[in-house]
Design a protein around this ligand. Sequence first.
Ligand SMILES: C[S@@+](CC[C@H](N)C(=O)[O-])C[C@H]1O[C@@H](n2cnc3c(N)ncnc32)[C@H](O)[C@@H]1O
Length: 362
Amino acid sequence: MVACVDLFCGVGGLSYGLSLAGVEVVAGVDLDENCRWPYERNVGARFLHADVDSLDAGVLSGLFGRREPRLLAGCAPCQPFSTYGKTRRRPDERWRLLDAFSKAVRASGPEFVTMENVPGLGRHEIFRKFVGTLRSEGYSVEWDVLQCERYGIPQRRRRLVLVASRVGGARLPEPTHAEPVDVADAIGHLPPVEAGAPSRKGADPLHVAAGLSPLNKERIRHSRQGGTWRDWPERLVAECHRKEKGGTYPSVYGRMRWDEPAPTITTQCYGFGNGRFGHPEQDRAITLREAAILQSFPEWWEFVPSGGKVEFGPVGRMIGNAVPPRLGEVVGRVIVELAEGRTFPAADPPGPRDPAFRTPIS
Ligand SMILES: C[S@@+](CC[C@H](N)C(=O)[O-])C[C@H]1O[C@@H](n2cnc3c(N)ncnc32)[C@H](O)[C@@H]1O
């Protein structure tokens, strides 16, 4: 069975998806302690609260133990590569986290590597260097920008996905869906809720929608599915939009369409003014549960302990930052197939990496 350590594991979207494909996820590493409870609860693997940048090679080796073959997965924070970061002149500190991932690969020498990030990363020198390092370490490498809706994820989301294999034959998952899954299929069955209403006793605590100001209540009443603020009466249009000629962000304050996949679910997706995050029919933004389902998390996924406080900011961040589990699953299937095409050495004797047990990654 392929054993995986997931660096920058977050709440565990990627880990969970890999596990669905038959990968044994042994541990996730992340700097955000808030991710521990949902990660351990839902993925059932160990959560290590640590900075990947200073992760000790011995610790990494210890997480894998004697299991083989090994998969190192990593989804470094993507903000520096997103289009919102375009105007930054100074390279963001977090760019170096891809180097940290590269060092972890060299230190642990896994048979397989996978990473996911924003499409823009592919244009950067730091990514070319990363791919070059993998090739010089003997990996075959494939990467491309994948469209999530082609894999049954009810969302238009483009993501750079890389698969590297030391046993050769690296490839990306083939699309699984000719027709996308739409918003109606994904969340149409959920009970109606009102903007700002507290969760009812016994109901799903995540199926709550953020409150709306009186102005935004009026705006959403005038919004149509797939429309924009251009559909509203002039008096409701924000000053900044009135001045706009070309319309820089026409999709903010929009409603989703029932018959299409959702737009990209972001960390702010619970806010009506933050994108096309209005419910197709009800006068509110999508709930946290709807956002999670549109990211392909199963409906039972728990983000906070029973009775715990559900806060839009932290939970929205966990959901929006996650790799859709379904994407993790199709990538996991490729890796399991590659692994099954080869006989791996018995798992028992200590691997040659063990002498490096206490060596820091350098
Ligand atoms: C894009 S999210 C990963 C999402 C995750 N793969 C999933 O599927 O749910 C990036 C994660 O990197 C974590 N992170 C940022 N800097 C880190 C560091 N230096 N060491 C470890 N984790 C870090 C963040 O806390 C965040 O959870």
